[in-house]
Design a protein around this ligand. Structure first.
Ligand code: FES
Length: 76
């Protein structure tokens, strides 16, 4: 499932980046571009970071923390 449509970044990529040390939105933005264009994904990306920090890095689905579909135009 895409979290950041603007940069075509999926949940799994965000989780891997957080596991690799990207501990906040700023780091995710620098690493993957998440949240650096329209910004609609920032809340969802922060939810993933928060969830992983609270519950560890066990396998989780985006549905576990109440994700909403990102509705942003696809990048050209
Ligand atoms: S959806 Fe992530 S910056 Fe637009």
């Amino acid at each position: 499932m895409y979290v950041c449509v603007c940069h075509a970044v999926k949940e799994a990529e965000i989780k891997a980046a957080v596991e690799s040390g990207c501990g906040d939105l700023s780091a995710l933005g620098k690493s993957l571009g998440v949240g650096t264009r329209c910004g609609l994904c920032r809340c969802e990306a922060q939810s993933i970071i928060d969830h992983m920090n609270r519950h560890g890095f066990e396998n989780m689905s985006v549905l576990e923390y109440g994700a909403k579909e990102v509705s942003a135009p696809m990048p050209a």
